[in-house]
Write a protein that binds this ligand. Structure first.
Ligand code: PMP
Ligand code: GLN
Length: 457
């Protein structure tokens, strides 16, 4: 019997050779039941992943009812054609659309996705073998990482990173290796997400014979960085040199602010055969609650995802897939034209981005201007004297700042240190992440809340 301390509580490790009888009652809590204790504790491969910023901050928002610029989701209606499609499908004559559909993706949707991406990447995609539909981009990431990670495989993760990447790598018994994007201070005082860069030598030093994959998120959450062609080439060259898989999380592919351009790494020479690209209907059609995503790539790599998916989710909602397919069919006709939702949404977001940058600067924060996505990180430390950080107990200052602001100023942001490894979490501490895909009236409210707070003594 081995005693360990986890989360400040004394637990007793179950030693299999001693059998169940060897498990003593623990000092776990007064509500200890017969089924608690180490035998029913969290498996080793999930240890360290217990905390989730989303679980914590969504609960915090429910308790304190702030203006919520935390979790990323639009607070306005999606395009009418997708909501109308749902209504029509639900009431329509094809009653089979209420039943299971093909496991690896509803035929109409995989056909639409294959058509769209064939055009975008300049290569004919096979809808049956090179595309898979998943329960959100989350499941596409899960199926990719779990389907491709052998115990001990190293996976390179760029910090700050969308927080689920690392728990997924660990669930696959892989080993995350971290490299942080670091801001180069601009002389004119304006910081763009383009100023957050990787050190090429540091990146090269992470690749070795054990490297299985690198996870690349462009446009990036939380920075809004849109990786440039030369940055992508640097990553691609290392992937080719070391025979490494590139997991390209491109869920914000349509949310790019001119003159920046989203470049799909799968289109770089020699990269198609080693890239799995992930997308999300939630971001594409402003329907995050539909939880519909996909991945595309060469059949030999997608096969591993199919294997994870077929034994877990098996098939996604038929109605939602049908509606997303209809949305894509319509958008395929308008691609690149002003009436395209993908074009108009990015245009609408540009003014929201600029408004947020100006009201954050007005109160003394220093925003990083995103080239893409719908998040903005801002350095809040000039306002330290206005917050009582000592009232919060978290280790990282940004957690204390965002919690105190949620409770006392009624404005919620996300602490970026959640997007770093524990060793590097200090790199996120001076920042807060706000989401700007919100109605103008709500962004104005946010501006007023901050102004009033700044002016108060
Ligand atoms: N990747 C990134 C970078 C994200 O921001 C999100 C948003 N949740 C996801 C993946 C997951 O997307 P989905 O909601 O489609 O699961
Ligand atoms: N991608 C969204 C964000 O970064 C939502 C995350 C989530 O709900 N887990 O805020």
């Amino acid at each position: 019997m081995l005693s360990i301390v986890r989360g400040g509580r004394q637990l007793t490790r179950f030693i299999p050779s001693l059998g169940a009888a060897a498990v003593q009652p623990t000092t776990y809590s007064s509500t200890t039941s017969a089924m608690s204790g180490e035998k029913f504790g969290i498996p080793e491969r999930y240890l360290g992943s217990e905390k989730s910023v989303w679980v914590e901050y969504i609960q915090l928002a429910l308790e304190h009812n702030p203006l919520n610029l935390g979790q990323g989701f639009p607070d306005f209606a999606p395009p009418e054609y997708v909501t109308k499609a749902i209504a029509d499908i639900a009431q329509g004559d094809n009653v089979l659309l209420h039943q299971y559909t093909r496991g690896f993706g509803h035929p109409r949707l995989v056909n639409a996705l294959a058509k769209l991406y064939s055009r975008l990447i300049g290569r004919q995609l096979n809808p049956l073998t090179e595309v898979i539909v998943t329960a959100g981009a989350y499941e596409a990431l899960f199926a990719t990482i779990l389907g491709h990670t052998h115990p001990g495989d190293e996976v390179i993760v760029i910090e700050p990173f969308f927080d689920c990447y690392v728990p997924m790598v660990k669930a696959g018994q892989g080993v995350p290796r971290f490299i942080a994007l670091k801001p180069q201070k601009k002389t004119n005082g304006v910081i763009s997400s383009a100023d957050w860069v990787l050190d090429p030598d540091e990146l090269a030093s992470l690749f070795n014979a054990k490297t299985k994959a690198i996870i690349l998120n462009t446009p990036h959450n939380p920075l809004g960085k849109v990786f440039s062609r030369s940055e992508l080439e640097m990553i691609a060259d290392l992937c080719k040199k070391w025979n490494v898989l590139c997991v390209a999380d491109e869920v914000y592919e349509w949310l790019v602010y001119k003159p920046n351009e989203h470049i799909r790494i799968a289109t770089l020479p020699g990269m198609w055969e080693r890239t799995i690209t992930i997308g999300s209907a939630g971001k594409t059609f402003s329907v995050t609650g539909w939880k519909m995503g996909w991945a595309y790539g060469p059949a030999g790599l997608i096969r591993n995802l199919q294997m994870v998916h077929q034994n877990c989710v098996y098939t996604c909602s038929t109605i939602l897939q049908e509606a997303v397919a209809q949305g894509f069919e319509l958008e395929l006709e308008r691609l690149g034209r002003p009436e395209s939702y993908f074009t108009s949404l990015a245009e609408e977001l540009l003014s929201k981005r600029d408004f947020m940058a100006s009201f954050l600067s007005d109160v003394g924060m220093v925003p990083t201007i995103p080239e893409g996505g719908y998040f903005m990180v801002a350095d809040w430390t000039a306002l330290t004297s206005k917050v009582r950080l000592e009232e919060e107990t978290d280790r990282n200052k940004d957690y204390r700042f965002t919690k105190w602001m949620t409770k006392n100023v009624k404005l919620q942001g996300i602490p970026p240190s959640a997007f770093y490894s524990p060793e590097h979490s200090h790199l996120g501490e001076d920042y807060v992440r706000y989401c700007f895909i919100k109605k103008d009236e709500n962004l104005k409210k946010a501006a007023e809340i901050l102004k009033k707070w700044k002016e108060s003594s």
